[in-house]
Design a protein around this ligand. Structure first.
Ligand SMILES: [Zn+2]
Length: 328
């Protein structure tokens, strides 16, 4: 899903709740009306009073007093209606609309502000579209353990965690920096970059998280179909890799590097730089390896426009394995 699609679907979900709330209300009205004939009568009476208030509002003349009189009449009928429900063993609000979200009556908006219920739906769709579902849910800043890093490594990693936490908390697509996380396997790059992604999504931004290999295969498949990188040329929605608020490319260097993947990477980094959309890259390659693998035009982009964050320590995954073995 692209960003606009995720938002559209979230709105549809909230709208569907509204439709269902009203349909359920109508079913209850029909049920009570069938069981209690005098309820049907009082309900009709109430339905007639509503439009009268509207008519009086546009009536001019002494409308204020008129409106107040009708409003009181409406209130009295509503009270009688509620009492009738209770008398017949129903809950007093049985014949009222029960919205899933009372705050916005399932419209998704409170005034001109987006309601929390719609925000939650958007975040859920963003999370689903982000590619983060494939990663474990507990990769957050709070679950990142510094105990596996010693001495100087620990100081470096403490700084990295603090930096990335602040990056996520203050993320703004138009002004946040591009980052490249450099370091050997098992030093927590994936954990911390997915923690960044999660937090940035929670804050309402559209994030795409993809490993380098997956990213290039998607472009490869697209080129196969259309002979182009750009999805928009084939009338599809805008490319989510180019368009997202934050793109995280995990494990750059693990893909099969060829002329296609190199020009693809250049295209992508360039498009995002032009649009002022930040990218976070993580890689196991050292800067010399990066230089020998990718062309100068990419490297000048990466080193010129990205803040490097060096990860250090000894493989945390291996330490964890050793620890569990020695404990058992
Ligand atoms: Zn709401």
């Amino acid at each position: 899903m692209t960003k606009s699609e995720s938002i559209r679907r979230a709105k549809e979900t909230v709208e569907a709740r509204r439709v269902e709330s009203i349909a359920a209300y109508e079913r209850r009205i029909a049920e009570v009306s069938a069981a209690v004939p005098e309820f049907a009568e009082i309900d009709r009476e109430l339905q007639k009073t509503g439009p009268k208030i509207v008519a009086a509002s546009f009536g001019g003349g002494d409308s204020k007093a008129e409106i107040e009189a009708i409003r009181q009449e409406y209130e009295q009928i509503a009270v009688r209606r509620r009492e009738m429900l209770v008398r017949h063993g129903y809950a007093p609000d049985y014949a009222s609309i029960r919205y899933s979200c009372e705050k916005c009556s399932d419209t998704g908006y409170v005034g001109i502000d987006i309601c929390d219920c719609l925000k939650r739906e958007i975040v859920r769709n963003f999370l689903e579209s982000s590619g983060l579902y494939s990663l474990t849910k507990n990769q957050t800043f709070d679950t990142f353990c510094l105990d596996y890093y010693e001495k100087n490594d620990r100081i470096v990693m403490e700084q990295n965690v603090a930096f990335l936490r602040d990056y996520a908390e203050s993320f703004d697509p138009s002004s946040s920096a591009n980052l490249i996380l450099i370091g050997a396997t098992g030093l927590g790059k994936t954990h911390l970059s997915s923690a960044v992604a999660r937090r940035v999504i929670e804050r309402g931004f559209f994030v795409v998280y993809e490993c380098a290999q997956g990213l290039f295969s998607e472009y490869e498949a697209r080129r196969f179909r259309t002979n182009s990188y750009s999805a928009s040329e084939e009338g599809e929605d805008i490319d989510r890799f180019v368009d997202c608020d934050l793109l995280i490319i995990d494990d750059l260097g693990t893909e099969i590097t060829n002329r296609f993947s190199i020009s693809c990477l250049y295209y992508l980094l360039n498009q995002r730089l032009i649009r002022h959309r930040p990218t976070v890259i993580s890689t196991n390659l050292r800067s010399t390896e990066l230089r020998s693998r990718y062309e100068d035009r990419i490297m000048s982009r990466v080193f010129g426009e990205f803040i490097p964050l060096q990860f250090s320590g000894s493989d945390v995954r291996m330490q964890k394995v050793k620890k569990t073995k020695s404990e058992s």
